[in-house]
Write a protein that binds this ligand. Structure first.
Ligand code: 2P0
Length: 330
């Protein structure tokens, strides 16, 4: 498998944060200011990597992608090459399983799949056992993906995942807390605005520290973290749900009170939330990422009642998903 023909395919899922990563304690090393907890989704990015004359990132058909789309991924590849002493150029072909311009952030799955495909290609590894035998176990892969996009580290396991901060770099860690088959949660992503957000999450993370409410949030979070962990441990949607809503509104409030203020929530988001407050079924709760779209988190048994309430909206219905996949393309 040392020929130029070696081609590996990585699939890494995206995730939705229940407890938001918002603010970094160290931007250069991508250490978060607080713990975060997410649910891995059954949607991801599929990326193929093979040796090439020069490094390039193309779409699945081999067409070039807009420069602003590939800038951050290319920088990440360069960084990995330096860090791990791999010099071989690679060609990547990538596609997202979610429809283009549906407003779903793809940095967790995108940077995750890129990292996994690159390292598997450089090490000529066909599966996770081979990667682990070469020193690239899941924890290390997640840690390397984190350097490209913080939230990507949570995409290396299925189910629910906890990314724990610590005062010391060495003791920060990310680990699964519930697998994908143990709680049949779903996520209906209500697409209110399919345009790309104009302010990157990285700018949002930087600005968080300028909000006069950020230190209060950080002080409050250990208690909320424990409450979310407990709700997940006992699989209680009615304990988890209200915490999700408070948490996302607080994150958006930090963004809105940052200097300069950042408004990810739009008029369409607000209109939807007031509709949802009136008509949303019990046992279904919302969370909102760094964008205007709303994620409705609910248990499988509520599927029909959620669908009825969302009938007039464009939405993408998905469920809790499993971890990454790796295979050789023949
Ligand atoms: C999260 N977000 O926990 C939070 C909630 C968005 C809203 O992590 O700068 O793209 O690449 O580390 O991972 C988005 O931030 O930021 C994010 P970088 P990333 O999912």
């Amino acid at each position: 498998l040392h020929s130029k023909l070696f081609c590996v395919q990585a699939r890494v899922p995206t995730n939705i944060a229940f407890l938001k990563y918002w603010g970094k304690s160290d931007a250069a090393h991508q250490w978060p200011a607080n713990d975060s907890i997410s649910m891995t989704l059954d949607l991801g990015t599929v990326t193929k990597a093979s040796p090439a004359e020069h490094t390039e990132i193309l779409d699945a058909q081999g067409n070039s992608l807009p420069r602003h789309f590939v800038l951050k991924p290319l920088k990440h590849i360069e960084h990995l090459q330096k860090l791990l002493s791999f010099s071989e150029p690679l060609q990547f072909r990538t596609h997202n399983e979610f429809p283009a311009s549906c407003g779903i952030a793809s940095s967790a799955s995108g940077l995750g799949a890129l990292t996994l495909a690159a390292i598997a290609a450089w090490t000529r590894s066909s599966n996770f056992d081979e990667l682990a035998s070469k020193g690239f176990g899941l924890e290390r892969l997640a840690d390397l993906a984190r350097l490209g996009s913080g939230s990507a580290c949570r995409s290396f396991w299925g189910g629910m995942v906890h990314w724990q901060r610590s005062e010391h770099a060495a003791s920060q860690m990310v680990a699964p807390i519930a697998n994908s088959t143990s709680w049949a949660l779903r996520d209906a992503i209500v697409i209110l605005d399919a345009n790309e957000k104009s302010i990157s999450s990285s700018d949002g993370h930087r600005a968080a520290w300028t909000s006069p409410q950020f230190s209060d949030r950080l002080a409050r979070l250990p208690q909320r973290t424990s409450a979310i962990l407990e709700a997940i441990a006992v699989r209680d949607i009615d304990r988890l749900g209200p915490l999700l809503e408070v948490e996302c509104l607080e994150m958006h409030n930090i963004a809105a009170t940052s200097e300069p203020p950042i408004h990810y929530i739009s008029d369409a988001t607000r209109a939807f939330l007031s509709y949802w407050d009136q008509h949303g079924p019990r046992n279904a709760y919302y969370t909102i990422d760094a964008g205007p779209n709303v994620h409705i988190i609910y248990e499988e048994a509520q599927k029909d009642s959620v669908a009825r309430v969302l009938a007039g909206y464009r939405y993408l219905d998905t469920k809790v998903g499993h971890g990454p996949e790796l295979s050789v393309v023949l």
